[in-house]
Design a protein around this ligand. Sequence first.
Ligand code: G6P
Length: 367
Amino acid sequence: LMVEKGNYRHFMQKEIFEQPVVVAQTLQSYLRPVEGQVALPDPDFDLSQIKRVTIVACGTSYYAGMVARYWIERFARVPVEIEAASEYRYREPVMEEGGLSLFISQSGETADTLAALRHARAGGQKIAVVVNVPTSSMAREADLLLPTHAGPEIGVASTKAFTCQLAVLAAFATHIARVKGQLTQQEEQDIVRHLAEAPAALNAALAFNDTIENVATAIAPARDVLYIGRGPDYPLAMEGALKLKEISYIHAEGYAAGEMKHGPIALIDDKVPIIVLAPSGPLFEKTVSNMQEMQARGGKVILISDEKGIQEAGDNCLATLTMPKVHPLIAPIVYAIPVQLLAYHVAVIKGTDVDQPRNLAKSVTVE
Ligand code: G6P
């Protein structure tokens, strides 16, 4: 299969810009907008009897899983644990009856995740798989197969697979909430409506490409960069930091905004840019107060929020990026765009090999 770059300079850039289309494509097979319902393939086990969900993945897919934990717990009221596949296998996890193990992988071949899947199967767990390659090993070994329709992803640093994973995971969380009797019809309709708005919101976020390119010039000289967020935007902070590390080789860390004061705030000076992910919503005020603690110590903040958030808190920032106003549910899908583009433009400025970063492989099939 030949995939071309078309008018784009890099595959990663092309894949970032494809997201409105591929997320829409993915959502199409999981949403019934007219009925206001999600539609999942029928598993060969009873999802309503699931007592616990264990999410296992690596890298970017792991951060998608961290976002999903918030959704599944909030909507379905089912306890969720999540772990990196390389750790999960070797700590002798307790696997009880009624456990569902959920594996997330772009390639469906990552050795650690695949081995964890087989380990969970041997432990009597039901196996659900969110995967982008439908012919992969993980896809073949699933009891419940939840494909993403991102199309082939060539850039080593994952982008469009991530947002498609989030789209599927949001639909999955909604579905399990319904079969568990935790959602009214109205609530499900609302979620479906918000999810259906994601592709347009992704387009609106992409329109800020030039602004983000400008911000990237301020980030490129930095030695360290911090990303902070709360709730479902905390995993996104880690994903943002991972993207920057992977392709620009700048040291970056994603942190839970409220944890900064327990250590990392000691790193703050005017040389460390801080990317704050703070959509307006229930956690906004808290994140902003953490942000102000850092500004008080000379920290240079780039605030990513919506118009309302930026009006309220954007004053003393080095730069602000205005995202479309979206429901907090879909914010992690939309806020993926600015963190991906920021990493991309910093890497281009630094002249690194964006699509084939040093030391990394697209699919890690060794332990
Ligand atoms: C590699 C890639 C990452 C990816 C991770 C997990 O490290 O460089 O971009 O997130 O593997 O891959 P998977 O195919 O399992 O999602």
